[in-house]
Design a protein around this ligand. Structure first.
Ligand code: ATP
Length: 687
């Protein structure tokens, strides 16, 4: 509080004019006026009392006599502390920095000001003590209550006015007020009952100038403390549980703050990494990476991207761990922690490497086996590396041992006849007849005579002695009905009957002939559609379809192409006594080609190249133009994904042909080993 806050504005009166001064009680609510001399200097105050008493004599008195009547009241600067005044004087004249009189401070103003100040102070004090949950009672030295707060009133269920001025033990019988007063000492942590509630009470004597002038009792509801203690216990239990969960985890766990400073880690992490907690805790991940503890940090990536990441991390000592970093956000969505789960994958990586190596070895063996196996089916060599062909041959071998009718479908040149011969060789064996008839090449009348034979004189031009049909010739062996889809419709009925009864009559004959023949039919046409279109009998179709075998076009089993190329080169080298080789560039081009005529077309191209080329090595210039100029161009309506997959498969196959090792392919194409294996497997380049 400043002096000007208590000031009453008053105009000073000149000494010379003092006799004209009249106090008007209604106008002046103060009892003195400052007086100045003719140099405007303050010389004292004239009180109302003097004025009332001696005014009539002033006119006759000299100035000095008047001066003698003035009272000396101290001057105070307008911005001086009013408390100073309160402590040192009861009234004052207020001046500004230049010494000009601004007003006066009366005794009443000081008292009013202080009272106002104390009242506001008391209000603040009361609102402070009422805001606390702690009970507060202020007692005078005799033990009477002077001040209480709201908490006490609540606990005692009495209004504050009903508590104030009561003797302390009348309201709280247990209060050890007297003991404290006797000992002149504070008493702490006493259990006292306030109303019905047990509280923990401290009682402290209040001293002034070395004398005890009262005491203050401060207490707290024990039930709140109990709750806090309970919550604390719960918290401790939870912390202990969490600690034991964290430490019993087999995986390493670390927690960092949102700047990447390591806050905690579990024992598994120490075991996995060999780092001690005090070596790492408190350090920032950035520094740990710089110091070579890790090659990279999942935490830093989580902080940057605000989402979970999983990385392979190399740690000091060359161990490899798999780290998954998870961000933890607060309720405002701000990142507060990063929790990392760490798993040792060194063993796993070794194991994976081992598996990859074994897979590669297995693959090499498989190629060898399939090649060897290809060589072992007599003169009918079937060369393959694709899964689809492996499957076909597996079925062929299975069906060879039984006499079921087989229907082989597939584009022209895919090897249908070869498979039919294989079934025959594996089943009946090469000592029994394998008779082939091309159903498309013959008119119906001829077909009947060819298949069933005829009796002598059966028709004009027939041999005199008659002729056995192919069915008869194939007795105990296999009849291969090629291009069955082109069999004339009327003949289909006759065929069906033979298939059902295994009996027929020669043309012009009268007695049925029974044969034991295995039927293998083949077609490049879509028989199911022909049935739908009504041009192939459905009953015959189902009769033939007992064991269906489908050969994929060569372009859909490109992995067979390189091995077939090699096979045909060997075949024609041997045949023409050459020793020619083929460049990998040419092989790539041939793998890429669409092969509408399938293996037959491929074989022809190789044969032609071998016989028409002088050079020892078949290179791009020796390729037929229509193959060489065919560039791999995905058609415009091919989807991006498909184009990418085709390119990937092509590059992988090409690189493998160069290196014969998937590890080398990975290096060649700049890909990880796992990715290389995954993709090679996806495109069926390996199992
Ligand atoms: N996997 C293979 N290994 C070696 N040679 C094969 C293979 N597949 C096909 N060939 C050869 O390709 C040529 C065509 O085969 P095949 O005659 O068996 O095909 P197809 O499907 O019966 O043809 P079409 O429908 O035109 O009669 C033959 O010379 C055959 O030896």
């Amino acid at each position: 509080m400043k002096a000007e806050d208590l000031m009453i504005e008053v105009q000073p009166v000149a000494l010379a004019d003092i006799h004209e001064l009249k106090f008007d009680e209604n106008k002046h609510n103060f009892d003195f006026i400052p007086v100045i001399d003719n140099k405007q200097q303050y010389i004292g105050v004239i009180t109302q009392e003097i004025l009332l008493r001696g005014l009539f004599t002033f006119e006759t008195k000299s100035k000095d006599q008047v001066k003698g009547l003035l009272k000396n009241v101290p001057c105070i600067l307008e911005n001086a502390d009013a408390w100073y005044l309160a402590e040192n004087a009861s009234q004052a004249v207020v001046v500004d920095g230049q010494g000009h009189i601004k007003g006066i401070i009366t005794q009443t103003a000081i008292i009013n000001g202080l009272t106002e100040f104390l009242n506001s102070y008391k209000e603040k004090f009361e609102s402070v003590i009422n805001a606390t949950e702690t009970g507060i009672i202020v007692l005078d030295s005799s033990g009477f209550v002077r001040i209480v707060n709201q908490t006490v009133s609540k606990l005692l269920r009495q209004e504050k006015v009903d508590i104030i001025n009561r003797y302390v033990t009348d309201i709280i019988p247990d209060m050890p007020f007297l003991q404290s007063m006797e000992k002149q000492q504070p008493l702490f942590r006493q259990k006292v009952k306030v109303g019905n509630v047990l509280v923990i009470n401290d009682i402290l004597p209040i001293k002034s100038n070395g004398k005890t002038i009262g005491a203050i009792s401060v207490f707290q509801d024990i039930s709140i403390l109990k709750q806090v203690a309970y919550d604390l216990d719960e918290f401790k239990n939870l912390t202990r549980d969490l600690e034991s969960i964290i430490n019993s985890s087999y995986d390493g766990l670390t927690v960092t703050d949102n700047n990447g400073v390591v806050l905690r880690m579990n024992t598994a992490y120490e075991r996995l990494t060999g780092f001690k907690a005090d070596e790492v805790i408190g350090k920032n991940m950035r520094d740990l990476v710089n110091e070579g503890y890790y090659d990279q940090s999942a935490t830093l990536q989580v902080i940057k991207n605000k989402r979970s990441v999983t990385i392979n991390q190399k740690i000091k000592g060359d161990r490899i761990v798999l780290v998954t970093g998870n961000p933890i956000f607060d309720e405002k969505g701000d990142l507060v922690r990063v929790v990392n789960n760490v798993r040792d994958i060194t063993e796993l990586t070794h194991l994976r490497d081992h598996i990859l190596k074994s897979r590669e070895q297995t693959m090499r063996y498989k190629t060898e086996i399939s090649y060897l196996r290809s060589m072992h089916i007599g003169s009918n060599e079937i060369i393959f590396r694709s899964r689809s062909m492996e499957h076909v041959l597996w079925i062929a071998q299975k069906v060879a041992t039984v006499d079921s009718t087989v229907l082989i479908t597939g584009e022209s040149g895919t090897g249908k006849e070869l498979v039919a011969k294989l079934i025959h060789n594996f089943g009946k064996g090469i000592d029994y007849p394998f008779i082939k008839i091309n159903c498309a090449a013959m008119p119906e009348s001829l077909l009947e005579a060819e298949l069933f034979g005829y009796e002598k004189g059966a028709f004009t031009g027939a041999k005199k002695e008659g002729k056995p049909g192919l069915f008869e010739l194939a007795h105990n062996g296999t009849l291969f009905l090629d291009e069955i889809g082109d069999m004339p419709p009327t003949f289909q009925v006759k065929m069906l009957r033979v298939l059902q009864e295994r009996e027929f009559m020669r043309v012009g004959g009268t007695k049925p002939i029974h044969v034991n023949v295995r039927i293998i039919a083949a077609t490049h046409r879509d028989l199911a559609k022909m049935v739908d279109d009504g041009i192939f009998r459905s009953d015959l179709y189902y009769r033939l379809m007992i064991v269906p075998i489908h050969l994929q076009p060569l372009r859909e089993r490109k992995e067979d192409i390189p091995i077939l190329i090699q096979y045909f080169i060997d075949k024609y080298n041997q045949k023409f006594k050459y020793n020619k080789s083929i460049s990998s560039q040419v092989i790539n081009k041939l793998v890429e080609y669409q092969w509408k005529g399938n293996v037959r077309e491929l074989e022809n191209v190789i044969e032609r190249m071998i016989v028409t080329t002088q050079a020892e090595e078949l290179t791009m210039e020796h390729l037929p133009e229509y193959i060489r100029d065919k560039v791999f161009k995905p058609s415009a309506n091919v989807k991006m994904k498909e184009a990418i997959e085709k390119t990937e498969a092509y590059l992988l196959a090409e690189s493998y042909r160069k290196y014969h090792s998937w590890d080398e392919v990975a290096k060649d194409l700049g890909m990880g080993r796992a990715t290389t294996y995954r993709k090679a497997s996806k495109y069926k380049l390996i199992d």
